[in-house]
Design a protein around this ligand. Structure first.
Ligand SMILES: [Zn+2]
Length: 345
C-alpha cells in the first residue's frame, strides 16, 4: 500500500487513475492473500489467488468524489479517465443520501458488454405497523416456497427458462476449442445469461420478501445448508474403461438447474432478512431436521409419513395434507418454540 505512492511518482501513466480506486484494488488483493493464508493455516484447500487478466477483471471500486462523481440532476456519472456517461437508474436514490463507495462493474464482453454502477446507501429503518400474524415457510422444489397458511409461491418460470438456456450455453462452451473466436463468443453469451439469471432472481426475491414482510410480524424459515445443496451431479464411471467416465450431460444439466434454484433461496433469505430488519420484523431460522416428516396433528415422526414428494399422510393418525404446507407448519412451530424460549430467558 505504501509503495503505491512511489509507483505513482515514477509511473506517470498510473497517475491518470484515481488513487483511492487503486487503493481499493490493492485492498482486494490483500484480502485475497489474507484469506489464502488463513485457509492454509486451517488446513483447508488453500486455492492460491489467481492472476486476473484485464479480461477477467470485472469491477473497480471508487470513493465517491475521488475519480467518480454522480450528477443526480442530469443522471450522469463522471468517471476519471472516461468522462461523463449517461446512466439509467434502476431504483431511486434517496434524497440527501451520503455516497461512499461506488463500484463500476462489467458484465459480458464484445458487443454484449454491459456496464453497471453499484452505489450502496444507508437508509433509515421504516417500521411497518404490527399485523399480529406469524408465518412459517418451507422452501422446496415444486414451489419456490410455501407458507404455513398453505400459500404456494411458484418457482419463477422465466428463471427456469434462463437456467435451461444457461445450461445449454455452458455445455456448448465445453465443446469449443480454447482460444477460438467461437469460444470467446460463447463465454460472453454465458456471462450475459449469468447476469440475466442473477437479476431475475434478485427481482423475484425482492417481490416475494416484500409481500411476506408486509403481511407478518414474524417469519420462520429453515436454516439452509448451502454447501450440501449445491453438490455437483455425480460422475458416471464407464464400466468398459476403468477410471474413465461416461458423459453425463443430462445430470450436469439438472445439477446446474438445481444449483440455480438453490442459489435462489440463499439470495431470497438475505433479501428477506434485510427487508425484515428495515421494517422492524423478526426472522427466525430453525433447524430443518424432521420438519418434512413430522405429523402436525399427532407429532408422529417417520420417513413413511411422506409417501411422495407432494403428499403427507401420517402412518399413525392418517392425517393427510400437502407435504410443503405440512413442512411450513412444522417450521412455524419450531420457530414459535424458539421464540418462547428466547422470551422466557
Ligand atoms: Zn399423525
Amino acid at each position: 500500500m505504501v509503495q503505491l505512492t512511489e509507483i505513482r511518482s515514477v509511473r506517470p501513466d498510473q497517475g491518470v487513475w484515481s488513487f483511492t480506486s487503486q487503493q481499493q484494488t490493492l485492498r482486494r488483493l490483500d484480502k485475497a492473500f489474507g484469506a489464502f493464508f488463513r485457509r492454509v493455516k486451517a488446513r483447508e484447500t488453500p486455492g492460491y489467488p489467481r492472476f486476473r487478466a484485464a479480461a477477467r477483471f470485472d469491477s473497480v471500486d471508487f470513493r465517491h468524489g475521488d475519480g467518480i462523481k454522480f450528477h443526480r440532476d442530469k443522471k450522469q456519472l463522471y468517471v476519471m479517465g472516461v468522462g461523463h456517461v449517461q446512466i439509467r437508474l434502476h431504483r431511486a436514490l434517496p434524497e440527501n443520501a451520503a455516497l461512499g463507495q461506488v463500484s463500476v462493474k462489467r458484465e459480458g464482453s464484445g458487443r454484449r458488454t454491459r456496464w453497471f454502477v453499484v452505489i450502496p446507501v444507508e437508509v433509515q429503518p421504516v417500521p411497518l405497523p404490527m399485523t399480529g400474524a406469524i408465518t412459517g415457510i418451507d422452501m422446496g422444489v415444486a414451489s419456490f416456497l410455501t407458507t404455513s397458511e398453505g400459500v404456494h409461491v411458484p418457482n419463477p418460470r422465466h428463471l427456469k427458462v434462463a437456467a435451461a438456456r444457461l445450461a445449454a450455453a455452458q455445455q456448448d462452451l465445453a465443446r469449443k476449442k480454447r482460444g477460438s473466436n467461437r469460444r470467446r463468443n460463447t463465454v460472453s453469451r454465458v456471462a450475459t445469461l449469468h447476469g440475466t439469471v442473477r437479476r431475475q432472481r434478485l427481482d423475484h426475491a425482492h417481490k416475494t420478501a416484500l409481500k411476506l414482510v408486509q403481511d407478518h410480524d414474524v417469519i420462520c424459515h429453515e436454516a439452509l445448508q448451502i454447501p450440501n445443496m449445491t453438490k455437483r451431479a455425480k460422475p458416471v464411471p464407464d464400466p468398459a474403461r476403468p477410471g474413465a467416465f461416461l458423459p453425463n450431460g443430462q445430470a450436469a444439466k439438472t445439477g446446474l438447474n438445481k444449483a440455480i434454484l438453490d442459489a435462489g433461496w440463499g439470495v431470497f433469505l438475505s433479501v428477506l432478512t434485510a427487508k425484515a430488519e428495515n421494517a422492524g420484523r423478526d426472522v427466525i431460522s430453525v433447524n430443518p431436521a424432521n420438519t418434512s416428516r413430522t405429523c402436525p396433528d399427532c407429532g408422529h415422526c417417520a420417513k413413511g409419513n411422506r409417501p411422495s414428494q407432494a403428499v403427507f399422510t401420517c402412518r399413525q393418525c392418517s392425517f393427510t395434507g400437502n407435504a410443503d404446507t405440512v413442512g411450513a407448519i412444522n417450521v412455524l412451530r419450531a420457530g414459535t418454540a424458539l421464540r418462547q424460549t428466547a422470551h422466557a430467558a
